[in-house]
Ligand binder design. Structure first.
Ligand code: MTE
Ligand code: MO
Length: 313
């Protein structure tokens, strides 16, 4: 660990031993991944520096016990590969994420195309344990590795007219068999209001359980918005666009009466076809109560004062 890295963080934030070990694993993975991508020894240094920047933050971390990684990686919604949750892991095995670029564009003063290595160099990575609630009634707890989305947005200098952020998943039907079928309008699109996108809870994740993201969980980079239903947390992102008008998300296009733009977790507002009062944690038998804003009301409730959450579901 380099000296200047140490001096930048408070002692309370220094990672514990387990995280340190995970970090070594993560570094090795990223080191070899990026080494393979660029075949340059200086790039390995970059990977190392980025991985060393994982800082444990306790502010937003849930006390819930993380779900078994086997469940999290073998029960996935990723319609680009399959609508069968148990099949996504296998069907995404050969998906390639090398030379991945993300473009930040639209109503910003500094539009730019970032490579993954740029992002890792720019933003320190944090581990955050978040609850995740799928609109279909299952939930899990995942230790993500990532950085606040606001870091990237601020760097792009949003213009005053930017009111929403639109995210787009990669379109690659040759590697994503689900995109050859018209189950949804491809590519998958999601959106947030700009104040939601700037909220410190919203992160771009590049890893989980101390390692890089598995393909089935949205490699190499995905959004995580833990107070909203899982479909907002768009995977394998290639474009982030700041816009003036509310984006029409893929799920709004598919069924606007069932999937709204806001999609805040809300046990009081049922889905037209099922109740949202309870949820089943992967790996658990008994259902538990679903919490308002997935338990993050203290942190995000102020974003929705004076809003009718029944109308804006
Ligand atoms: N591109 C894309 N992103 C997506 C989806 C998808 O089908 N395609 N499914 C969403 C849904 S419905 C959920 S619940 C979460 C699931 O994330 P996980 O498989 O990592 O648990 O991803 C979300 N992001
Ligand atoms: Mo979901």
């Amino acid at each position: 660990m380099s000296k200047n890295f140490n001096s930048k963080i408070k002692s309370s934030e220094i990672t514990d031993k387990q995280l340190y070990l995970n970090r070594r694993k993560f570094m090795k993975k990223f080191g070899s991944l990026i080494g393979w991508m660029f075949l340059g020894s200086h790039i390995k240094g970059v990977a190392e520096a980025a991985a060393l920047k994982i800082v444990k933050k306790y502010d937003y971390t849930s006390n819930d016990k993380p779900t078994n990684i086997q469940n999290v990686t073998h029960y996935n919604n990723f319609y680009e590969f399959s609508t069968e949750k148990e099949d996504v892991a296998d069907l995404s095995k050969d998906f390639t994420t090398n030379n991945w670029n993300i473009s930040v564009e639209g109503l910003v003063n500094k539009p730019k195309v970032y490579g993954m290595e740029d992002l890792l160099k720019l933003f320190p990575l944090e581990e955050r344990i978040y609850r995740h609630r799928c609109v279909e009634g299952w939930s899990m707890v995942v230790p993500w590795i990532g950085f606040p989305l606001s870091n990237l947005l601020k760097l792009s200098l949003p213009q005053g007219s930017a009111k929403f952020v639109e995210f787009t998943t990669v379109y690659r039907p040759d590697q994503m068999p689900g995109q050859k079928r018209s189950v949804l309008n491809w590519p998958y699109v999601e959106g947030l209001r700009i104040d939601e996108a700037m909220h410190p809870l919203a992160i771009l994740s590049v890893g989980m359980y101390g390692d890089v993201l598995p393909n089935q969980d949205g490699a190499p980079i995905r959004l995580i918005v833990p107070w909203k239903y899982g479909f907002k947390s768009i995977k394998s992102i290639v474009r982030i666009k700041l816009v003036e008008n509310m984006p029409i998300s893929t799920w709004m296009q598919a069924a606007s009466n069932e999937y709204g733009f806001y999609a805040n977790v809300n046990p009081q507002v049922d889905h037209p076809r099922w109740s949202q009062k309870k949820e089943r944690r992967l790996g658990e038998f008994f259902k538990r109560d679903t919490l308002m804003f997935n338990g993050y009301t203290d942190l995000v409730g102020h974003l929705y004062t004076n809003m009718d959450l029944r109308k804006n579901f």
